[in-house]
Design a protein around this ligand. Structure first.
Ligand code: PGA
Length: 254
């Protein structure tokens, strides 16, 4: 597939995999994806497996991401992890503002933007998640919700920082439900977000930013989703927990 932007496909393992299980999975992925250079591949294990996974992927094209981080650099923040701590394990990406955290940890757009700035300050590339709920889509509010999330979560970023930021469009109703947005729904939302980036930054930035689709991506729907002009990759949950299915999503996207 000849795309303007290099595809980036990330596996969000969420709260799954012990260290031993994580190592099994990446060993499988290394075999499945040996010599694969066409897609940027990222795995985002839980914090507890970052150290071992980091060592296991040293000799591969797989890159490491974390699932969250603190907006703070150091200090009295019990249970939090700072960007510099992630850097110790050669983490390059960090998922911010996943809908599960927006919902259960009440993460606000303002907090997510502070985290995005902290990530860039540490040279980590944020994967900033946005997406509407089913009620919001049915009420015709998808664009309004996306605009508020995109403007709020990316507030204060410079053009250079924005270019190095990845956006994940994840309709909440499609996450873990087996329901995928139609290619048309995905393309429309992605084009809308790219148009917003042009207004907030400029056309060049908008053209460069990679926008992933997330929500029940699997081997059978990856090709069609990735064929859309504004879909530049995927953030994969359930189907990234098994080497064969994650690798197939990547192969089917090329
Ligand atoms: P899913 O999760 O692929 O299991 O729907 C996607 C996500 O939450 O990032």
């Amino acid at each position: 597939m000849n795309k303007e932007r290099k595809l980036i496909i990330a596996g969000n393992w969420k709260m799954n995999k012990t260290v031993a299980e994580a190592l099994d999975l990446v060993r499988g992925l290394k075999i499945e994806l040996a010599n694969q250079k066409e897609v940027d591949v990222v795995v985002c294990p839980p914090f507890t497996a970052l150290s071992e996974v980091s060592k296991a992927i040293l000799d591969s094209n797989i890159r490491l991401g974390a699932q969250n981080m603190s907006e703070h650099n150091v200090g009295a923040h019990t249970g939090e992890i700072a960007a510099v701590m992630l850097k110790e394990f050669s983490v390059r990406y960090v998922i911010l503002g996943h809908s599960e955290r927006r919902q259960h940890q009440k993460e606000s757009n303002a907090l997510i933007s502070r985290k995005a700035l902290a990530a860039h300050a540490a040279s980590l590339k944020p994967i900033v998640c946005v997406g509407e709920t089913l009620a919001e889509r049915e009420a015709g509010e998808t664009e309004k919700v996306l605009e508020t999330q995109v403007r709020g979560s990316l507030a204060g970023l410079t053009k250079d920082q924005m270019t190095e930021t990845i956006i994940a469009y994840e309709p909440v109703w499609a996450i873990g439900t087996g329901k995928t947005a139609t290619t048309q729904q995905a393309q429309e939302a992605h084009a809308f977000i790219r148009g917003l980036l042009a207004k907030m930054f400029d056309e060049t930035v908008a053209r460069r930013v990679r926008i992933q689709y997330g929500g029940s991506v699997k081997p059978s729907n990856a090709r069609e989703l990735m064929s859309q002009p504004d879909v530049d990759g995927a953030l994969v949950g359930g189907a990234s927990l098994e080497a064969r299915s994650f690798a197939e999503i990547i192969k089917n996207s090329i």
